[in-house]
Design a binder for this molecule. Structure first.
Ligand code: BG6
Length: 462
């Protein structure tokens, strides 16, 4: 079947940077490969701080590109152009924009500007692009994407939101969080509200505690100048982890419309209370390239939070993330309360039911149940019910950034976080930062600082 093709001009600001190399370019290549199937064709105009070339940039992306076909890659390179631009120099950026607009007949009606640059540039670049009509306010074919972290604290996020609201409409804006496109994250709402076995027990009467884990075995991977300024709290807790918490804890939305979901997530985020925090830094971090040798930036966070809502009375939510840990695991673990059983004579309680939703490494979920041990009258064993996503739907579930770009092409705002959510997410981080918790050292390839292991094994009520 031959589809009508929709052509796009995609601008990538920060094309020579790390995010473009690891995520955006590989995702665009994957979409370029299937362009005849999706009907979306595009050309890419990139700009960045480095004096580089399209060939060199795409070459550096190669290790992150799946299934390279040399002919397709060469066609992809032909569809890209790159300009060395100094974003700190308004005149230099204005000259670049002028140059682009001199060839405006070559631009598609559908335009997407991707801000893969630090949030410091969001306001000035958006103003310059709209002033020159690269993006026109009110033109629903023109979109702008802002990478996370959106700002570096609540004040900065509010200022940026105020600035961009003057020049572009909300429905043209995507403040993205790539976790929202991960298969199982987007499945959380569906799973909670379309299975009658979950919703009636999804509360403090039945749930003992919730763990949200984003452990990484990788380090900062040459991103020292970015990471040292942000740290784990701003890099992943402010966004990915608080979004997972909001989805797990929110009330049922009126519909799956993003406005209804956002309203319910906000109700949760504004009631988060901080109980305990452990921050850590892996040994050797201060010697990483582009990191301050006296740096006090945290590369590990473990915290205990509660949510001041009737549904979650006294239920602790434990969050843990860190770089250079002993495992790569992204998961949400919901431990239900233990149950007395007259059946078991060998113990007072049955083991708790545990629901684990795993995003990485293997997408899926697992429910632990108690079952009778075969050939025994009163012995209990744990039976696991597994749902393996890749076993059912194949190993090629789309990468988060591919889904993200496809959602934007389709005008789907569910991958975007609202300014209100961002506001509350920053309030939580600002409040943790204000405490100046000590930064405890931990060994690479470990579970993090000992104090965190203790905190996470308490699992008591608050
Ligand atoms: C990014 C962070 O947003 O998320 C990285 O900047 C982190 O530091 C990454 O490694 C984790 O994402 P994923 O999809 O690999 O779990």
């Amino acid at each position: 079947m031959i589809r009508n093709m929709t052509s796009w001009t995609i601008f990538i600001f920060g094309m020579s940077g790390d995010l473009a190399k690891r995520q955006i370019i590989p995702a665009l290549y994957a979409l370029f490969q299937i362009r005849k199937k999706t009907g979306h064709i595009f050309t890419i105009i990139g700009a960045g701080h480095d004096a580089s070339t399209v060939e060199a940039i795409i070459d550096s992306s190669k290790p992150f590109i799946e299934k390279i076909d040399e002919q397709t890659l060469s066609d992809f390179v032909d569809a890209c152009s790159y300009y060395h631009v100094d974003f700190d120099n308004p005149q230099n950026f204005a000259d670049f924009v002028k140059h682009i607009m001199m060839q405006k007949d070559a631009l598609s009606d559908n335009r997407l500007a991707y801000m893969a640059v630090p949030a410091d540039y969001f306001c000035s670049l958006t103003k310059a692009l709209t002033a020159a009509h690269v993006l026109e306010r009110g033109n629903t074919q023109h979109h702008i994407v802002y990478e996370k972290p959106f700002g570096w604290d609540r004040n900065s996020a509010q200022e940026i939101n105020g600035c961009i609201a003057h020049v572009i409409d909300q429905n043209q804006i995507y403040r993205i969080d790539h976790y929202l496109t991960k298969g199982l994250v987007s499945n959380i709402i569906l799973m909670r509200f379309s299975n009658i076995i979950f919703e009636p027990v999804w509360n403090h009467s039945h749930i003992d505690h919730v763990e949200i884990i984003l452990d990484e075995s990788i380090g900062i991977e040459g991103r020292g100048s970015y990471y040292d300024r942000y740290g784990a709290l701003k890099d992943v807790v402010q966004n990915h982890m608080l979004q997972m918490l909001a989805l797990i804890a929110m009330e049922e939305p009126k519909s799956i419309d993003e406005k209804d979901i956002e309203e319910k997530k906000v109700e949760v985020l504004k009631q988060v209370k901080i109980k305990e925090v452990v921050l850590g830094q892996y040994e050797g971090y201060q010697k990483e390239p582009a990191v301050n040798p006296q740096s006090t930036t945290e590369t590990f966070v473990a915290c205990k939070l509660t949510i001041d809502l009737p549904r979650w009375l006294n239920v602790p939510f434990y969050l843990r993330t860190g770089k250079n840990l002993n495992q790569k695991l992204t998961a949400i673990i919901i431990t239900f309360k233990e149950m007395k059983s007259c059946f078991i004579k060998t113990a007072d309680q049955c083991a708790p039911n545990v629901l684990t939703i795993t995003m990485s490494p293997d997408e899926g979920f697992r429910l632990l149940l108690n079952a009778k041990k075969p050939y025994s009258a009163d012995e209990v064993t744990t039976a696991a019910m597994d749902f393996c996503y890749s076993c059912l739907f194949g190993p090629e579930t789309p990468q988060a950034y591919v889904t993200l770009l496809q959602s934007i092409f389709a005008g789907d705002h569910s991958v975007s976080v609202s300014s209100q959510e961002i506001d509350y997410q920053w309030s939580i981080i600002d409040a943790i930062k204000a405490h100046s918790f000590p930064i405890l050292p931990y060994k690479k390839n470990s579970q993090g600082p000992a104090a965190a292991i203790k905190l996470l094994s308490q699992k008591d009520h608050v």
